[in-house]
Design a protein around this ligand. Structure first.
Ligand code: ADP
Ligand code: MG
Length: 328
């Protein structure tokens, strides 16, 4: 649907909804609501939106990481619907076809295990011998710019800086040679300089390996330099999806416009910093109509009554009544 380097889809998500069980309630709470998106082979896509919009729940759904989450729809990965796989089949995909890195590397690392053993473990689980697994671990750490990687295989996580730990976690994700890497706010806890280094690294690895990346962030500021396409999420739905330059140049959804305005600029005084008024709704308190309508300065009657469909708008997909000719 979107121009990309290969056009060949790697993952195609259709009508994905995620419901979380509620104590006592049988319907559960709808966190992600009927979303569609695809990612091509080697494509770099950013998923952005304020905290609480459903980005992590979406990412975890693709990997089927939440045992209690109820998933519906389709997640086609190279032609197989992940939602129809058994847990055992799914385990084969995690780490080898799809890998994930998270915001806080420390919570992911075992403080009592050496870096070398942790990176090699993904392979050991898959039955690869100790010597070969260490060799590949070393080569990935090298690829990710860990100095003197051979010496450091025997180090423990506390001996590494924050940026280096994030490289180790990346190495753990990449050692299984996945085709899709889901990076959930991997740079949010890092200072700006280290954040840039990690992004450059991801950029290199993605290009060299033809690795597709779904990069999740609440910070639109980091998106432009890295992603080719951006998907904007609000209240469990994708409200805008398009080429990153097109979206930055001419955002179609008022929410995207607000997010872009809220990115701090170097030449700006702190008092001038813009913030979208209000806060996103909790999943149990979504307003009728468009979930963004109470915060939207362009809202009109229809926005308070009817949920906007996701429609094509000049090469993008947008869910906003302002762009639906029928209603405008
Ligand atoms: N296991 C769960 N049970 C119930 N609600 C959840 C669960 N996980 C996340 N949520 C809710 O889903 C919404 C989206 O969460 P999340 O995907 O973590 O947001 P984001 O990553 O965009 O900040 C939030 O309102 C959050 O409280
Ligand atoms: Mg999150």
């Amino acid at each position: 649907m979107f121009p990309s380097k290969t056009q060949k889809p790697l993952v195609e998500v259709r009508g994905l909804s995620v419901d979380m069980p509620l104590a006592g309630g049988k319907d559960g709470l709808r966190i992600v609501d009927n979303i569609d998106f695809s990612i091509a082979v080697g494509e770099r896509v950013a998923l952005v939106g304020e905290s609480g919009s459903g980005k992590s729940v979406t990412a975890r759904a693709v990997m089927r990481l939440d045992p209690v989450a109820r998933l519906s729809g389709k997640i086609d990965f190279e032609g197989r619907d992940l939602l129809t796989l058994s847990e055992k089949e799914m385990r084969h995909y995690r780490g080898s076809s799809i890998a994930m890195v998270f915001q806080d590397p420390m919570s992911f690392l075992d403080p009592l295990m050496t870096i070398g053993d942790q990176v090699a473990e993904t392979l050991r689980i898959r039955g690869i011998g100790r010597v070969e697994a260490r060799k590949r671990a070393l080569s990935v750490l090298d690829e990710l710019g860990v100095d003197r990687a051979a010496e450091r295989l025997g180090s423990y996580p506390h001996e590494f800086s924050g940026g280096m730990r994030q490289r180790v976690v990346l190495a753990m994700a990449l050692v299984g040679e996945p085709k899709l890497l889901i990076a959930d706010e991997p740079t949010t806890a890092l200072d700006v300089r280290v954040q840039d280094q990690v992004l450059d690294l991801l950029d290199d690895v993605s290009t060299r390996r033809g690795l597709a990346v779904l990069f999740i962030t609440h910070d639109l500021g980091v998106v432009a330099g890295f992603a080719e396409r951006v998907m904007v999420m609000y209240s469990g739905r994708i409200v805008e999806d398009g080429d990153v330059h097109a979206v930055f140049k001419d955002p179609k959804h008022p929410y995207t416009r607000g997010l872009i305005r809220a990115v701090p600029r170097i030449d700006q005084d702190l008092e001038e910093l813009y913030a979208i008024p209000g806060a996103p709704p909790a999943p149990m308190a979504r307003p009728a109509g468009c979930p963004f309508n109470p915060r939207c300065s362009d809202a009109f009657d229809r926005c308070r009554a009817e949920l906007p469909a996701v429609l094509p708008v000049t090469g993008e997909r947008v869910a906003c009544h302002l762009h639906d000719r029928k209603g405008a």
